[in-house]
Design a protein around this ligand. Structure first.
Ligand SMILES: Nc1nc2c(ncn2[C@@H]2O[C@H](COP(=O)(O)OP(=O)(O)OP(=O)(O)O)[C@@H](O)[C@H]2O)c(=O)[nH]1
Ligand SMILES: [Mg+2]
Length: 190
């Protein structure tokens, strides 16, 4: 898909505020700090459309971005952040459930994982949860600028085996050179 137009529509934590036009949606999920908001900025070629921070826990709401007036890209708060209270964890889970448990508009989930690390238990759980709900799932391994080509190849095999997902892309927002490929990857099949 060629992105001609993109705009931020809304941030919310409540199901009653989710868009109601019935447009297709693609969700971006992953651990805190893995690079969800950064990859949205890179994809849309806008430096600050999604808020980025080097401190985990930057995104606290569900954020809807409208692409070409036809598809919503949805940015979520991350998980796996250690310094979080029980109440915050519960409210995160409540927010995730309110969106994911019955979202007909959701055509695909993109799970972001850190290309440098072995799969985290929380990532494997998220992967299982998405599959259990029967959503289409693809994986993007972020921050690939930190790895050598041989390390990418090695980790790709580990990730494909652990997550049992074939559809996988390594990406770096610093290199930013594969934006067309990223767009194709994110929106294919929806
Ligand atoms: N080297 C490198 N750093 C990256 C890349 N993508 C993101 N980062 C950095 O990772 C940090 C976290 O990025 P965010 O996009 O805010 O991460 P997030 O997943 O949205 O985090 P939460 O909103 O807390 O869930 C920032 O310091 C980014 O600059 C990448 O491809 N390469
Ligand atoms: Mg974020």
């Amino acid at each position: 898909m060629i992105i001609k137009d993109s705009k931020f529509i809304k941030s919310t934590t409540k199901a009653k505020d989710f868009p109601k036009e019935g447009l297709k949606e693609v969700a971006i999920v992953g651990r805190s700090n893995v690079g969800k908001s950064s990859i949205i900025n890179s994809l849309l070629n806008k430096k600050k459309i999604a808020k980025v921070s080097s401190t985990p826990g930057k995104t606290r709401t569900i954020n809807f971005f409208l692409i070409n007036n036809s598809v919503y890209l949805v940015d979520f708060p991350g998980y796996g952040y250690a310094k979080i209270s029980k109440e915050e964890r519960n409210s995160w889970k409540f927010m995730m459930d309110s969106y994911f448990l019955d979202r007909k508009e959701l055509k695909k989930v993109i799970l972001l994982i850190d290309s440098r690390h072995k799969p985290f238990e929380s990532d494997l759980l998220m992967c299982d949860w998405i599959k259990y709900m029967n959503y289409n799932l693809s994986i993007i391994a972020t921050k690939s600028d930190k790895l050598k080509y041989s390390e990418i190849k090695r980790n790709e095999k580990i990730f494909k085996d652990s997550f049992e997902v074939d559809d996988m892309l390594f990406y770096s927002v610093l290199k930013n050179s594969n934006r067309e490929k990223l767009s194709e990857f994110i929106f294919s099949g929806i």
